[in-house]
Design a protein around this ligand. Structure first.
Ligand code: G6P
Length: 619
């Protein structure tokens, strides 16, 4: 979703900003722009915006030709107004004195705009952002303080008081070419602290190549940055003691290396991502997991009699797998809710309920709001999250970091399997403080330890999946079917295919097929079955037979010891058979690869699918 990069320092601002914007491209966007300030006060703020890729903006800007040492920039994902150059950020005030970039939604922008128009302000775009930058100009004119920097700060601060909605902003003022201001409420913003330079960004990834010292702004905070110093305060003008964190970020993690796409890279680095997520998390007795950041003692956790997982998209699917695993191994009832529904539903929760927010980015606005709602009601909350220092990680009472490394591809892959693994390890931990026996716990620990190797083995099916993808890439409808833990994997398989291939796909519990989807079955609608060995294999087989009887094509992803009759399915992929706590992870790999190779066959932009954003920071 929208990205922000701001810079003040000694280097060429245009190059720094473009580099940051390129590193944010993965978040999804439809236009990009930059505002640069002249260090000699001699000309107006220079604003360059382009629709489409950052490369278009770079061509227009010709980096290196501008002497500016400070500016702001943005990648926009349209919410208010069409995808046009006029609607792209930065937006300027009608007197040209201010330029601003903004993430979030200003809900009362219409009334703000009406008020400002009545005062003679002229609007050029359809965006909510333009209302706020003009409001800043309005307060600047009214401000009695004369010193430009203080006046600029007061104008921003007073304007933010009037905002209903969310914002992460970076603002510059023509009168203050040595000052950059940022502020946040509901949309992430961090300050990068360098030597003789400061940065603002919506995402660590944008600035990690320049500095690993960052300050995570909290809601209601304003950062005032000069080249050599910074000050953080609240919108009520109280000083804030900022904590500088060192981010553990290897910038090569966010580079493609020998892979063609980030999605491909992230699929193939799953053995390592999973290994990193389990490192140091098994107890010495070899029968349970342990987590350093739960902030809940075993006796507190024993009192929990219900768990609610909240999340969106792929993270919601990971929650569904968690439901099966926690209920099976820890015998605690689990529910899984879309965060966007939970936050408004006012669901009655028992007093001993634990709410777990599942989020790769830690910034998804619905998940964050649902977490806040749960906290407001006094529930204990945890987060399973891949972004150290993210809003969700900071606001939950405790949590488990995924340590899966940055996920750049919009379609989540390694973050999903890592969430499933950590949920399974949480099931083990909760089970062992209840009724799960030592030997059952030890068997699970052994299974987790074998997981990276099993995933590597599963990945060797890539070539055969590529051939299957070539055969089926022209179909426009798919069903994904599975039972029990394989049902969420079916949902995830359908989502992956939709996201990056634009093929209509639906996931169902295999037996539900008879209650509607079976009407779709024909030669033009293939079904992908997820079949594991065990007590319900025969039932799955019966579902496959029902599809074959209606001339439906079947691709079957099955575990190695399944007794599949010869020639029943059209194509099959064999996955190693494993402990049921980790089998869903192994079964996820072929569905990820299938959607990846089908998207390639169809010539789709795998890492930047149309209309999608990596981190959805607006409602
Ligand atoms: C977007 C992304 C999905 C992701 C979902 C939740 O829709 O495109 O890949 O699953 O957001 O994101 P989160 O960061 O909260 O896991």
């Amino acid at each position: 979703m929208c990205g922000i990069v701001g810079y003040i320092g000694q280097r060429a601002a245009d190059s720094v900003l473009l580099d940051g914007l390129k590193r944010l491209e993965y978040r999804g966007y439809d236009s990009a722009g930059v505002a640069l300030l002249d260090p000699d006060y001699s000309s107006d703020i220079q604003i360059v915006r382009r629709t489409g890729r950052v490369a278009n903006l770079s061509d227009a800007l010709k980096p290196g030709t501008n002497k500016s040492r400070m500016g702001i920039s943005h990648t926009r994902w349209a919410t208010h107004g069409d995808v046009t150059e006029v609607n792209a950020h930065p937006h300027s005030s009608s007197d040209g004195r201010f330029a601003m970039v903004h993430n979030g939604v200003i809900e009362n922008h219409t009334s703000m705009r009406r008020f400002l128009e009545s005062k003679g302000f002229v609007f050029k775009s359809q965006t909510d952002t333009e209302a706020l930058v003009n409001l800043i100009a309005y307060h600047y004119d009214k401000e009695t303080v004369q010193e430009p920097e203080k006046r600029f700060y007061e104008a921003v601060r007073k304007s933010l008081f009037h905002v209903e909605g969310t914002y992460g902003i970076a603002v510059v003022c023509k009168d203050c070419p040595d000052t950059l201001i940022g502020a946040r409420r509901g949309s992430p913003l961090i300050v990068g602290v360098g030597k003789g330079e400061h940065l603002l960004a919506s995402d660590v990834n944008a600035i990690a190549s320049r500095t690993t010292n960052v300050i995570y702004l909290n809601d209601g905070e304003i950062a005032l940055l000069n080249k050599d110093n910074f000050a953080i305060s609240t919108t009520s003008d109280e000083g804030v003691e900022a904590v500088i964190h060192t981010v553990d970020w290897d910038t090569t993690d966010a580079e493609l290396g020998n892979f063609s796409h980030f999605m491909e890279k992230e699929i193939f680095e799953q053995p390592q991502a999973l290994q990193n997520g389990m490192r140091g998390r098994f107890a010495d007795d070899g029968s349970t997991a342990m987590f350093g950041g739960l902030n809940l003692s075993p006796s507190e956790l024993r009192l929990i009699d219900r768990i609610v997982f909240i999340g969106c998209g792929t993270a919601w699917h990971a929650g569904l797998v968690a439901e099966y695993l926690i209920e099976r191994f820890a015998r605690i009832p689990v529910e899984v809710e879309y965060a966007s529904e939970f936050r408004y539903r006012n669901a009655p929760l028992d007093k001993n309920t634990l709410v777990v927010a599942m989020s790769q980015s830690g910034e998804t606005i619905d998940t964050l709001a649902a977490l806040r709602e749960a906290k407001r009601k006094g529930y204990k909350t945890l987060a399973i999250n891949n972004s150290v220092g993210s809003s969700i990680a900071r606001e939950a009472d405790g949590g488990i970091y995924q340590h899966a490394g940055p996920e750049i591809g919009v379609a989540s892959t390694k973050a999903f399997t890592s969430q499933v693994m950590l949920a399974a390890m949480l099931a083990l931990y909760l089970g062992r403080i209840r009724d799960l026996s030592y030997s059952d716990g030890a068997a699970m620990v052994e299974a987790f330890k074998s997981l990276p190797d099993l995933v590597s083995r599963t990945l060797t099916c890539a070539e055969s999946i590529r051939k299957i993808a070539a055969k089926y890439s022209q179909y426009n409808d798919f069903l994904f079917l599975g039972r029990q833990e394989m049902f969420p994997i079916a949902l995830e398989g359908a989502l992956k295919l939709k996201e990056i291939s634009y093929i209509h796909a639906e996931g169902y519990p295999a037996a539900e097929m008879k209650h509607g989807p079976i009407a779709l079955i024909c030669e033009e609608c293939p079904s992908v079955f997820l079949a594991t060995n065990g007590e319900i294999f025969q039932k799955t087989l019966a579902n496959i037979q029902e599809i074959k009887a209606r001339k439906g094509k079947v691709i079957c992803i099955l575990t190695e010891n399944c007794d599949m009759p010869d020639d029943l399915v059209d194509d099959s992929v064999i996955v190693p058979e494993a402990h049921e706590a980790i089998q869903p992870i192994l079964m996820s790999i072929p569905v990820q690869l299938l959607s990846y190779y089908i998207a390639l066959e169809r010539g789709c932009d795998v890492d930047k699918p149309r209309n999608l954003a990596k981190s959805v920071t607006v409602e």
